[in-house]
Each structure stands twice: as structure tokens, then as C-alpha cells.
Write a protein that binds this ligand. Structure first.
Ligand code: NAD
Length: 421
């Protein structure tokens, strides 16, 4: 996919990787290993549509690195899905799991489809056929998918059932993000947003004067799974003042603070924010340029680019979406003295609770919500502190510090295992 600057998303990610690899003097052989994907799978598969016609869809599953454990990563359904995007996201998953200290490597999958154009039956047939196509490379101990953009617990249940039917037993550990009734974990739905809130609080304490996120002004772009839970938890549990929220239908601004519970309930009922009257309507561009302390992009890739980075006035950008800031924008923000908390730390709460779900499934012993939240908070705070330590040691920015920490963990695992044969 073009990144608007003539290159691909993966080329962007490699630039950030190389910045860290240069600082840590990573040797060429290890660089080659860590920049390469272990496996890149593309499948073209037919689906019978309701009107009797047949449509062929394209799907992907990329496995980047499995030195630290089985591959792990979500599957998204979106009309813009392409190999470059899935390649980049699987690369990011390796670093995300390493930072969090969970025993997984990186993977990602996707199907190029607009799921809103499909009936329920078509969506189910597409999901079951796609999972069958990639099943030879998926397994409880080899590669464990999860939900991502436009996929959810219902689709995970179809995946789990499809796989289980074929192996002749219920395989709970084959995917995470399942419904709680089918071995899903309590706290999985809110996990990414909760992780973002924990990281935002830690980041305020470290980068700004005056303590945590309590009482600070926040603008959030995107009000899907990640954005809505981030807003809800920041506003109701951490006492932050969320003054602006947005989704694909528009942005809503209230300098007195949006009632985030009302907005969350509105979206639960109406699916999106269209018609929400808890704030003045502004554009998404205006939201990004608001005079707030914290800006949280939680929509899709590349929302902050060299075209609009100069307008950002927040002191702290917390990357809740994957790749929301291009390398060019990253440089502009850093020059303006804005601190950026990188995506593969900020949004790792989802994969951390996915890991808890996998462990619970393997043992068939399930935790209560408070235990899940407590364990998640511990992982997020430890990851934050570990990155800050590395960042200070190398006198660099937080993203590069996070890469250095993650790369050293994966490189060490690779060295300890040795190169086979
Ligand atoms: P989602 O589909 O539930 O929500 C996306 C939101 O962004 C929606 O509210 C949508 O309306 C909004 N949006 C889309 N285009 C927009 C635009 N141009 N301007 C403003 N808003 C826009 O997706 P999600 O699960 O919340 O994921 C969001 C991001 O977080 C993605 O980058 C995803 O890869 C990443 N992420 C998600 C999880 C997770 O557990 N869901 C975990 C890690 C990372």
C-alpha cells in the first residue's frame, strides 16, 4: 500500500527498525533474519453468495518470526487489505509480544472484503472457507489468530468450530477473542482500551509535570473497540477530561468534557456516533489540531502524516491504532518537542489478554475479571518501565527505545536457539 510518500507501509516500518538496529550495532546476519518473514501465505478462495453467484476473495496470513514462541496476531476484514499491510502488521506483532514478555512471535491475517456488503450467511461462509484455507499453517502451538478490524467474537467462534470439526475435537486454544461462553476471557473486549488508559497514565507521569492523566484534556480519534473503551476507562476510572471524540461519521467537541459513558452507550445502540449530541460537530482534521494535552489516534493507519503533523498541538501523542504516525510525521512531532508513545506498546493490552485467554483455554481453568485486570495492569506498567529504561540508556526517543528492547529480546532468543541445522 502506498503511504502517501511514495513508499510502502513495510518500508516505513523498516526505517524505524533500522534506526534502532543502527544504534545497537546489530550485525548484518541478525538484521536479515529479523527483517524477513518466515512465511507469507496468500489464498484465493470462492464463496457462494446468497443469489447463487460465486465470488472469489483474496486473503492473507503472514508469520513474521517465531523465535520466542508460536505466531500470534489478528485477522482483519477490510476492502483495503493488501499484502504490504499484513506484512507490516505481522512484523509489528513480533515486537509487541516481545515487549510484553509473552511467549509469542508475530503474525497477522486479513481478507480483502467490505463485510458490510455481505449478509450474515455470506460472512459465515467466507469466514469458514478462509479459515479452512489457512488451517494447515494454524495451530494451538504454531499460530493463534484473534479479532482485529471488522472481525469479532462471533467470527472467532466460527473459526474455532470450523477447525474443531476438521480435527474431531474442540480446540479452544486455536483462536483467542472467542465469546466467553466458548472459552473466551473476561476482560478481552475492553483489554486494548484499558491498556491504552494505563499507558496514558504512566506516560503523563513520565513526560509531563503534574502527575497522571487525571484532569488532563484528551482528544481521541476513532470510536471503535479501542477508541470507545479508551475514552470510557480514561473518563470514568482515571478522571481524565475527554473533550473530543470522533469516528468515520464526524468529530464531536465539548470543552467541558464529553460524557463518555453516554457516548459509549450511544455507539452500543446506534453502531456509530452519527447523531450524538454531546458535543459540537467539528471535522476530524480539527480534532487532530485541538489544543489538548493528549492526542490519541485510535482509528486506522497513517492519520498523522507530514501534511498535518505541524498542526498538532498536544504535548503527548499516544498511538492506540497501529501505524497512525508516518516516519515523516514522527520526525516533525519530535522536532516540536511532542512525545510519542509507540503503538506496539500502547495497544498491546489486547494481545496480552489474548495470551491470558490462551493459557486459560489450555488449562480449562478460567479467571475472574479482577484477576485479568490486575495481571494486565502489571504487564503494561512493567513494559512501560522497561522501555523507558532502554530509552534513557540509549538517549533516544521512546519508539526507538521500544524497538531496541524488542529486537534484543528476539535476537537473544534466536542466538540461544541457534540457526538450524
Ligand atoms: P474498529 O473497526 O472497531 O474501529 C475503528 C474506528 O475508527 C471506528 O470508530 C471508525 O468509524 C473509525 N474511523 C475509521 N476511519 C476514520 C477516519 N478517517 N476518521 C476518524 N475515525 C475513523 O477497530 P479497532 O478494533 O478499534 O481498531 C482500531 C485500531 O487499533 C486499528 O489500527 C487496529 O489494528 C488497532 N488495534 C486494535 C486492537 C483490538 O483489540 N481491537 C488491538 C491492537 C491494535
Amino acid at each position: 500500500m502506498e503511504n502517501g510518500n511514495g513508499g510502502s507501509l513495510f518500508a516505513d516500518a523498516l526505517k524505524q527498525f533500522d534506526r534502532a538496529a543502527d544504534l545497537m550495532n546489530l550485525d548484518d546476519g541478525m538484521r536479515q533474519v529479523l527483517k524477513s518473514h518466515k512465511r507469507e501465505i496468500t489464498v484465493n478462495f470462492p464463496v457462494k453468495m446468497d443469489d447463487g453467484s460465486i465470488r472469489v476473495f483474496t486473503g492473507y496470513r503472514f508469520q513474521h518470526n517465531i523465535a520466542r514462541g508460536p505466531a500470534k496476531g489478528g485477522i482483519r476484514y477490510h476492502q483495503n487489505v493488501n499484502a504490504d499491510e499484513i506484512k507490516t502488521l505481522s512484523f509489528l506483532m513480533t515486537w509487541k509480544c516481545a515487549i510484553a514478555g509473552i511467549p509469542y512471535g508475530g503474525a497477522k491475517g486479513g481478507v480483502k472484503v467490505n463485510p458490510n456488503e455481505l449478509s450474515e450467511g455470506e460472512l459465515e461462509r467466507l469466514s469458514r472457507r478462509f479459515f479452512s484455507e489457512i488451517a494447515p499453517f494454524i495451530g494451538t502451538e504454531t499460530d493463534i489468530p484473534a479479532p482485529d478490524v471488522n472481525t469479532n467474537s462471533k467470527i472467532m467462534a466460527w473459526y474455532m468450530d470450523t477447525y474443531s470439526m476438521n480435527v474431531g475435537r474442540s480446540e479452544l486454544g486455536i483462536v483467542t477473542g472467542k465469546p466467553v461462553e466458548l472459552g473466551g476471557s473476561l476482560g478481552r473486549n475492553e483489554a486494548t482500551g484499558r491498556g491504552v488508559a494505563i499507558v496514558a497514565d504512566e506516560a503523563c507521569k513520565y513526560f509531563l509535570t503534574g502527575g497522571g492523566v487525571k484532569g488532563r484534556t484528551v482528544a481521541i480519534q476513532g470510536f471503535g473497540n479501542v477508541g470507545s473503551y479508551t475514552a470510557l476507562i480514561l473518563g470514568t476510572e482515571y478522571g481524565a477530561k475527554v473533550v473530543a471524540i470522533s469516528d468515520i461519521t464526524g468529530a464531536y467537541y465539548n470543552p467541558e468534557g464529553i460524557n463518555v459513558k453516554e457516548a459509549f452507550d450511544y455507539v452500543t445502540t446506534h453502531k456509530d456516533l452519527k447523531g450524538f449530541n454531546g458535543g459540537k460537530i467539528i471535522s476530524n482534521d480539527e480534532l487532530l489540531a485541538l489544543n489538548v494535552e493528549i492526542l490519541i489516534p485510535a482509528a486506522l493507519e497513517r492519520s498523522i502524516t507530514d501534511k498535518n503533523a505541524d498542526k498538532v498541538r498536544a504535548k503527548l501523542v499516544i498511538e492506540a491504532a497501529n501505524n497512525p504516525v508516518t516516519p515523516e510525521a514522527d520526525e516533525i512531532l519530535r522536532k516540536k518537542g511532542i512525545s510519542i508513545v509507540p503503538d506496539f506498546l500502547t495497544n498491546s493490552g489486547g494481545v496480552v489478554v489474548s495470551y491470558f485467554e490462551w493459557v486459560q483455554g489450555l488449562y480449562s481453568y478460567f479467571w475472574d475479571l479482577e484477576d485479568v485486570r490486575k495481571a494486565l495492569t502489571k504487564v503494561m506498567k512493567n513494559s512501560f518501565a522497561d522501555i523507558i529504561k532502554t530509552m534513557e540508556q540509549y538517549k533516544t526517543d521512546m519508539r526507538t527505545g521500544a524497538y531496541i528492547l524488542a529486537i534484543s529480546k528476539v535476537a537473544n532468543a534466536t542466538k540461544l536457539r541457534g540457526i538450524y541445522p
